[in-house]
Design a binder for this molecule. Structure first.
Ligand SMILES: O=P(O)(O)OC[C@@H](O)[C@@H](O)c1c[nH]c2ccccc12
Length: 268
């Protein structure tokens, strides 16, 4: 049984919605990323998207683009990010890890080698935003064999593709709340409620919503309609604001606390 399935089953029995933070691994550095995963778990995260920094994050807004640039200045690689998951597990973090990467780094590393590494390091899920279902046959088969859930994204414009995508989904279906790139938003796609209802109809899997969510009231706005809420840019922005504190040994704990407090208040 995959850890992601266990967490959703437990949350369902408790009538709770999963809080799923995203952060860019290696921002500001690998060791701080390991510590941050513990901070996020202690703050109430239920699973975490580990973002692999990429030079051409076409679906990302400015906040995550800047985080990727900072991480890439430290020459963080796909393998480094997977090792952060392993170190966090060794440090006692129990949460399921979802590796979030664009397809190119996986291709460069080699599919077979990649899934061997991901399986052995305890990664439970995988999101590859630029791998459409029309081209994901081989990746899906390898993910299945490695017991790693390949989690698809569906957008409000996916219309008839929602059923096809949901049928092949594993773990959960990630519903993108708005068109365009990631980033904090005041409001969401006009047809978002119908869209979420359509996805709910199309799959027995848990569904999660992401894109633009940055406050407790926005989490509350969605939590009755979905099984999970993803928050990325707002958390990455909080990390960015805390960088000066994290860089100062005397104020590092204060920096981590600011990040933890931000996530805790999203949980309510
Ligand atoms: O950053 P936001 O607006 O909170 O959205 C979540 C998002 O960061 C995360 O899931 C993600 C990061 N990069 C992506 C690219 C495509 C889809 C989703 C993502």
């Amino acid at each position: 049984m995959n850890l992601i399935d266990n967490v959703f089953a437990k949350l369902k029995s408790e009538g709770r919605t999963a809080l799923i933070p995203f952060l860019t691994i290696g921002d500001p550095d690998l060791a701080t990323s390991v510590t941050m995963l513990k901070t996020l778990e202690d703050a109430g995260a239920d699973m975490i998207e580990l973002g692999v920094p990429y030079s051409d994050p076409l679906a990302d807004g400015p906040v995550i683009q800047r985080a990727s640039e900072r991480a890439l200045r430290n020459r963080i690689t796909l393998v480094d990010c997977i090792h952060v998951a392993e170190q966090a597990r060794e440090a006692g973090v129990k949460l399921p890890f979802i590796l979030f990467t664009y397809f190119n780094p996986v291709l460069q590393y080699g599919l077979d080698r990649f899934f061997e590494l991901v399986r052995s390091k305890g990664i439970s899920g995988l999101i590859i935003p630029d791998l459409p279902i029309e081209e994901d046959e081989e990746v899906r088969a390898l993910a299945e064999a490695a017991d790693v859930h390949l989690i698809p994204l569906v957008a409000p414009t996916s219309k008839d593709r929602v059923v096809r995508i949901s049928r092949k989904a594993r773990g959960f279906v990630y519903c993108v709340s708005s068109l365009g790139v990631t980033g904090v938003r005041a409001d969401f796609h006009s047809g978002i409620d119908d869209f979420l209802a359509t996805v709910r109809e199309a799959t027995d899997l848990p569904i999660a919503v992401g894109f633009g969510i940055s406050s407790r009231e926005q989490v509350e706005r969605f939590e009755k309609q979905v099984d999970g809420v993803v928050v990325g840019s707002a958390i990455v922005r909080t990390i960015e604001d805390a960088l000066p504190l994290l860089a100062d040994a005397a104020r590092r704990e204060e920096g981590l606390r600011k990040i933890g407090d931000f996530v805790s208040q999203l949980r309510g």
